[in-house]
Write a protein that binds this ligand. Structure first.
Ligand SMILES: Cc1ncc(COP(=O)(O)O)c(C=O)c1O
Length: 320
């Protein structure tokens, strides 16, 4: 990062950022990529560009776009969510079809679709390739664009052993994050066609996301692409290890994780808020994801010994 060649990414371009954008576009088989300060800003820019104010975005009911972006769909793009209920966070084409409203001048129109892979709120689940392909076909048939929130798409590619380009084929835009499992301090990209990204550039600027010597940040992302993608399998292995270590615990249950996120269900007396503060005090940081649900995430700063220790601490703390 210290050695990065920099320019002015707002004025006339930053060479290291341009290198990152070209590389990411190639990885996803798309024409272009645009560097953003956050995944939220890139997601919301995609919605702003692809949707139409006064219409709906069809997506799964626990999507990050609905729950964790502070009403931005309505506040920025002027759209509302058309949430589709699922049992496990996986938006199947048939569920999406059922969510489609009949055409009527009295009902809002769906102007775009969005999906999430891996799905955060369901515990890092993979969106199966056949589901994604079916969603792309549906979008095509209904003549609407489809955005993929791929904040953790790297995990999906590694876990399913499917190239990024294949896993996201047919997307109008894809958002990918470097600041999660890949370990960078800052950075996401929006990937898509040149026209769409030309409009995205304007919206990023409007939102205050135009940054100057971004090469310092992009250098970290380039490093992460070289060094931190293949090792994600290790995070997935550690998530499984933590789940297995808690298998016989009567106060907590863990579903077999598919990637780096492990959801823990509290089955004893203790609620999430209590568990989070007591675990924090004992050195294990988890996030509350419901009154009885905790989320634990593996990443490149977590080693096997940490997981063993965390398993013992969790078992001790929730023991009532
Ligand atoms: C699935 C998903 N999409 C988007 C985001 C937003 O990313 P950021 O925190 O960089 O705004 C997150 C963040 O956790 C996420 O999990």
């Amino acid at each position: 990062m210290m050695d990065a060649e920099v320019g002015d990414d707002v004025l006339d371009g930053d060479p290291t950022t341009a290198r990152l954008e070209e590389r990411v576009a190639r990885l996803f088989g798309q024409e272009a990529a645009l560097f953003f300060p956050s995944g939220t800003q890139a997601n919301q820019t995609a919605v702003w560009v692809l949707s139409e104010s006064g219409t709906e975005v069809l997506l799964e009911e626990n999507a990050h776009l609905i729950h964790y972006e502070l009403g931005a769909l309505a506040a920025l793009a002027g759209v509302q969510a058309r949430p589709v209920t699922t049992t496990d966070g996986i938006l199947t084409p048939s569920a999406a079809r059922r969510g489609w409203r009949r055409a009527s001048r009295f009902l809002p129109r769906i102007s775009m679709m969005a999906a999430e892979n891996t799905h955060n709120a369901s515990g890092g689940r993979l969106l199966p390739l056949e589901c994604w392909d079916g969603l792309v076909r549906l979008a095509d048939e209904r003549r609407v664009p489809i955005h993929l929130d791929g904040a953790r798409i790297w995990h999906a590619a590694v876990a399913a052993d499917i190239p990024l380009e294949r896993l996201t084929r047919g997307a109008t835009t894809v958002m990918v994050s470097f600041s999660k499992g890949l370990g960078c301090p800052v950075g996401s990209c929006l990937v898509g066609g040149r026209d769409v990204l030309g409009r995205a550039w304007e919206i990023r600027k409007r939102l205050g996301g135009g940054m100057r010597q971004t090469g310092i940040l992009a250098a970290a992302c380039l490093y992460a692409l070289d060094h931190h993608v293949e090792r994600l399998e290790e995070d997935h292995r550690l998530a499984r290890l933590l789940a297995h270590r808690l298998t016989d615990n009567e106060f907590v249950s863990a579903r077999e994780p598919e990637t780096n996120i492990l959801m823990l269900e509290l089955t004893g007396e203790m609620g999430s808020a209590d568990a989070v503060s007591q675990l924090d005090a004992a050195g294990v940081r988890v996030v509350e994801f419901g009154s009885r649900t905790l989320r634990a995430v593996m990443h490149l700063d977590v080693a096997k010994d940490d997981v063993e220790q965390a398993a013992d601490t969790i078992a001790r703390v929730v023991d009532r």
